[in-house]
Design a protein around this ligand. Sequence first.
Ligand code: M6R
Length: 608
Amino acid sequence: MCGIIGIVGNREVAPLLVDALKRLEYRGYDSAGVATIKDGKLDRRRAEGKLANLDRKLGEEPLAGHVGIGHTRWATHGAPTEANAHPHFCNGVAVVHNGIIENFAPLRAELMAKGATFYSQTDTEVVAQLLSAYRQEGLAPREAMQKALGRFEGAYALAVLFEDQPDMILGARSGPPLAVGHGQGEMFLGSDAIALAPFTDEITYLEDGDWVVIKRDLLEIHDRTGKLVERRRQKSQGAAYVVDKGNHRHFMEKEIYEQAEVVSHTLAHYIDFAEGRVKFESSLIDFANLDRLAMSACGTAYYAGLVGKYWFERFARLPVEIDVASEFRYREMPLTGRMAALFISQSGETADTLASLRYCRDHKLTIGAVVNVRESTIARESDAVFPTLAGPEIGVASTKAFTCQLSVLAALAMIAGRARGTLSAEDESKMVRALVEAPRLFNQVLTAIQPQIEMLSRELSRFKDVLYLGRGTSFPLALEGALKLKEISYIHAEGYAAGELKHGPIALIDETMPVIVIAPHDRHFEKTVSNMQEVAARGGRIILITDETGAAATTLETMATIVLPVVDEIVAPILYALPVQLIAYHTAVFMGTDVDQPRNLAKSVTVE
Ligand code: M6R
């Protein structure tokens, strides 16, 4: 969840470290810090809060040196204070860390018993202290590293500087990602290719258990046992990505408005426009011969998967077992019969999703992954990769990745339907036409509903709680709407299946609880209207998101009715995501929260 960077350079590195951290800030922004070596002396600057604070501090107290490491933190152990900010120092050892050293407590006790003094509440400080202890026992940096890594339980990506080795950085990976960037007379370490993009597009991804030594003209990779190994050097696409907001106030806004383009791009990957059919991917997933499909993901990606479940079951008659990855990984689900597994992730690094994938792989299932970051660990560990072509998503609240995930899942459900003989060519071609035309509606819809949603959001911002309801594929959208609103506006929100209302949540309904109902005029519409009647009868305020037919078919008084064009049911969840995202966005903007970097969150969740 944190971002790390290391540079053995041939110019001043502090500004370069900060530049890379800016690109990593999506991974955490509770505090930031950098350390460099100059004239054989380690020095550091650290600051609480956003990177801008560190940048300011470096302006006041510059840090010189051509070799350095940097960190942007998502706090796990210890409050987001300067004392807990990385890099952590101990007797000439400096460490930045992404992950959690789970056995930090016994290690800390052991080191303290030998006289160590700790200066932070972090798990990371044990890394610096243990390395320092081994150095004091006389071990060289490599030996100290190999020995220390053998003692850590949990997850880590590390970059380490030794004061007495001023032209070298050591790195290690077990769990969270770490890549080496090859420069011209310079070498880099970073959490991802985007961080390294300003410096190089030549990348070597480390495998789990690897640790490395980098110098200006040297890269030495060791596996978990210490053996020297080779890892592939490849061209990264990170450099191609422009990571700026354009004319938008926030990345989230930009990403909402990019959806026409990226969904269209994604669909083009899966759809043969000339033939009007989904392209048959001769992928390793043999949908025709499956009894069941297991699916898992977290957060928004999980809700995309829930929509996918409806599609796979309806169009391909393929039963789907789906769960959030943090539960899936520990459920000990019996993986029997002819099964495959599909994982969905924007980042491709989410720890729980990756652990679920590995559980299925250990049970010999064929693994498919719907991922946005092609070079991610989840992509690399899957048998079949189904990319979403959303481009980098920087806003912590996932928007364009979600609609691209839905587009890919729609295509896969159709591929499965065709393979299993449950989807007629006629139905497939109708759905394909509908999907292909969908992106053209996006900008039209966003322009049409934006002023109404902006006004509505002012009103919504006065409430403390909001309920979202939906049926069928609109149910996962209700969950997604509630997640989006709470994560960026901090208004408490819950999503429910509309039919569940009367089993409990209806007790909450009064005039202080707006109820956002997502109800395209589909086969569930009448039933959802009955649920709206139940809300209205109890004084609840309804915000209805429906289509032209739905709006004409209901006479219920609403706080607002947001009207979308009538679309095919395969398109509806993708299109209805737009008002759901805009409501959260404008409410948060109106409330003045930090839309792109909401409190306590991080974009990439590489810890359990
Ligand atoms: O990178 P992933 O898609 O695996 O991330 C999963 C969730 O952490 C993510 O969707 C999260 O819920 C978003 N912040 C929601 O907007």
